[in-house]
Design a protein around this ligand. Structure first.
Ligand code: ADP
Length: 720
């Protein structure tokens, strides 16, 4: 009896395709195969097998079963769930799950082995080399080092035929975590939280907890204890720790290595392809037991995942907005359910979604309300810029400058936080008023002085800063408006010429190595003033950092969307939370034009609970998340007429359903991106509505013309 294999391909296809299983191939679900699609052979995964001989068309046979680790059932179920949830083709999440498998294999390595031929001159050095090589085959260089001889000795033996060089596949070693090591001595509230997590793990099955602890309370210490317990529960158990930023993965990798005497698998966009391939394979075969990574690590082929930690769970970087759209925190909970694993969401400023789940008992709520040891939370003061403005053309107000001077005099460090890359967010012509915008996108060009270019932060478009206004031709008329980190750095250097000033933003810190270097040099006290975007404002511990100055506390509140206040609160609480660790008390100063705003008041009073309950009340009243659900439709097109007609037809096709409201179509705030006009719908639904199913039904009713693209964003975070 022949069989039919359903093969999922990493392509935007609506479902798995059927192929015939060739005689003797003995496929199993999860196998990676090469399957023909049109003229091409594609890597895919067998997701189902059934007896039978073809349907209504002749089936092409699977071309080959690849000699690769299979995708475990949990990973396949997760990919399928994620696609359904996101109202997208399963090929999208499958492509993420196979990303590591599709990376090139590391190049084979040379090893030398004794051939049995006796050396002509058996000197002690040569005999030592032969003996060492007999024990473990290794590279010529390693062998010379291990035997304590020069590389010439090894080379001579190879030439003589005593040793032979062989190419072998490089197998990555991931050392077993050493579970006999002990972590830090926990303080009583940390110990209570760790015990609760261990109890949760011991019960087994899916469970979720919110580890809600102020900055510096030791959340990392606590979840590393939970990781130890998970790893100890089963010799094959695996643990995943997700972080929102590459810079943060570096710090946690170091702590995992220190705790378990073994480095974790590292997974993020900055890991080189052969190294990714190694991690992917080691996760799929169970050799890698701890992974620390960014959001896409959630799609790795874990075989026995017992614990997922989402650190800084409130962070909006967990939301992937392009390609396959998903929120890694939400999907982590789903993956936990599928794998019967425990999930720990950790934050000092949890999202309202997670707080609501904790309030209603869906998550265990574990609170750490004080910093570890004698460290205190910083005092937070507001600087009313209406009362004490900076000098014209400057951005740092007199009280902030005075505090910086005192901090420098004490030999301590200052962090100036401004969540804006580049030198100036806007360049305009003094003569005609023209604002420099990107040619095919509705966004201002940001001036970058380091590179001398004007850059569109949305699309990456850039051009040299022109000498004359492109609109009216006036010479030297372009002026920079407003500050970015580069401009604040310039001001700090002017004010404090002897201070060591550095900038931390994604333009100055472009890879993981550079991030680690800068974090280390800050921690070592080699920088006096660090001007940073959010890249450095989260998670890190800098013992000598005692002053945090927030240059523009109001920035995130402008143009406010649903989460503007929540996000501003989180970002500023995180940034100010960098101040004062260990034995040095810290202070944070927030420059604001709106000191009476609820967010500023809550920050100054350090009253998160009051802020959260006021914000919850508003959301509940409007039935917005976490009390209702949202989805967005973004239609974009190159032909304005066709786009208009399409969104009108789409509006008419919206299904009627109880507890669902559809708003739009409306011009998107970002009306033009990369030459495509954009329109949006927003859908609000009650919590009990299956919003994905609603959106899928709607989407199936319309057929966009070739010039129009439709993207569906479930639980949107961006409303642009
Ligand atoms: P969080 O993740 O809550 O911000 P961390 O786990 O990073 O906190 O802890 C903050 C600092 O305090 C770190 O330097 C950490 O090593 C230290 N620390 C926390 N708990 C302990 C403990 N029980 N023993 C020793 N040091 C601790």
């Amino acid at each position: 009896m022949s069989r039919i294999a359903s093969v999922l391909l990493p392509m935007p296809l609506p479902e798995a395709f059927d192929y015939a299983e060739p005689e003797g191939m003995a496929l199993a679900v999860g196998d990676q195969v090469a399957a023909p699609l049109g003229p091409r052979l594609l890597r895919g995964v067998v997701v189902a097998l059934r007896e039978g001989a073809g349907g209504n068309r002749p089936l092409k046979p699977v071309a080959e079963r690849l000699d690769e680790p299979p995708l475990p059932p949990g990973t396949i179920a997760f990919v399928e769930w994620a696609a359904r949830y996101a109202v997208d083709a399963p090929g999208g999440p499958l492509a993420i799950a196979l990303r590591g498998a599709r990376c090139p294999k590391p190049r084979p390595v040379k090893v030398v082995e004794p051939t049995g031929v006796q050396p002509a001159r058996p000197t002690p050095a040569r005999l030592k080399v032969i003996e060492t090589a007999k024990a473990t085959p290794m590279s010529p260089a390693d062998l010379a080092r291990a035997a304590g001889v020069s590389s010439g000795v090894v080379k001579g033996l190879v030439e003589e035929g005593v040793l032979a060089v062989r190419l072998v596949e490089a197998v990555a070693r991931f050392d077993e975590p050493d579970l006999s090591r002990r972590g830090s001595e926990l303080n009583p509230s940390q110990a209570a939280a760790a015990e609760a997590l261990k109890a949760m793990l011991a019960e087994g099955g899916y469970k979720a907890a919110l580890l809600d602890g102020v900055t510096g309370s030791g959340k990392t210490e606590v979840y590393l204890e939970a990781a130890a317990a998970a790893l100890a529960s089963d010799p094959a158990a695996q643990v995943l720790i997700l972080l929102p930023e590459i810079a943060l993965t570096q710090a946690v990798i170091g702590r995992v290595a220190a705790r378990f005497g073994a480095g974790p698998g590292e997974w993020h966009s900055d890991v080189a392809p052969p190294a990714r391939r190694r991690v992917w394979e080691a996760v799929a075969t169970g050799r890698c037991r701890i992974v620390v990574g960014a959001r896409s690590a959630l799609f790795l082929p874990f075989r026995n995942l017992r614990l997922i930690v989402v650190d800084e769970e409130h962070d909006s970087s967990f939301k992937q907005e392009e390609g396959f759209i998903y929120h890694a925190r939400d999907l982590a909970v789903v993956r936990g359910k599928i794998e019967n694993a425990a999930v720990v969401l950790a934050s000092a400023t949890p999202s309202l979604e997670s707080l609501r789940n904790a309030e209603t008992g869906r998550y265990r709520w574990l609170r750490l309300s004080a910093r570890h040891g004698i460290a205190r939370l910083p005092d937070i003061e507001l600087i009313d810029l209406r009362q004490t403005p900076p000098e014209p053309g400057r951005w740092l107000s007199p009280p902030l400058v005075a505090a910086m001077r005192e901090t420098l005099d004490r030999g301590e460090q200052t962090l100036l936080f401004l969540n804006r890359r580049g030198y100036a967010p806007l360049v305009l012509c003094r003569a005609c008023g023209e604002r420099m915008t990107a040619p095919d996108t509705d966004s201002w060009l940001v001036e970058h002085r380091y590179s001398g270019r004007l850059v569109c932060h949305l699309t990456g478009f850039s051009m040299p800063k022109p000498q004359a206004c492109p609109h009216c031709g006036a010479k030297d008329s372009l002026v920079s408006i407003g500050p970015g980190v580069e401009r604040v750095e310039e001001e700090a250097r002017l004010l404090f010429p002897d201070a060591r000033v550095a900038v931390f933003s994604s333009d100055t810190v472009f890879d993981a190595r550079e991030a680690r270097r800068l974090v280390e040099s800050m921690a070592a006290g080699e920088i006096d003033i660090l001007v940073a975007t959010q890249a450095a404002a989260k998670g890190h511990n800098f013992p000598k950092l005692t002053l945090v100055g927030v240059v523009d506390a109001d920035l995130g509140l402008r143009g406010g969307d649903l989460r503007a206040a929540e996000r501003t609160y989180q970002l500023l609480a995180q940034a100010t939370g960098r101040a004062g660790r260990r034995d040095r008390p810290g202070k944070a100063l927030l420059q604001t034009y709106a000191p009476d705003h609820a967010v500023m008041q809550a920050l100054a009073a350090q009253d998160r609970d009051a802020f959260v309950s006021a914000e919850m009340e508003e959301r509940a009243f409007a039935k917005l998340p976490p009390f209702g659900r949202l989805a967005a439709v973004i239609a974009s097109g190159t032909d304005p007429g066709q786009l208009d007609a399409f969104v009108r037809a789409m509006a008419e096709a919206a299904p009627n359903a109880e507890g669902v409201e559809v708003y739009g179509p409306a011009d998107a705030p970002l009306g033009l991106v990369r030459g495509r006009r954009r329109k949006r719908f927003l859908v609000r639904a009650d919590r009990n509505v299956d919003l994905s199913a609603y959106m899928a039904t709607w989407r199936a009713r319309v057929r966009p013309p070739a010039s129009v693209r439709v993207a569906i964003d479930i639980d949107p975070y961006s409303f642009l």
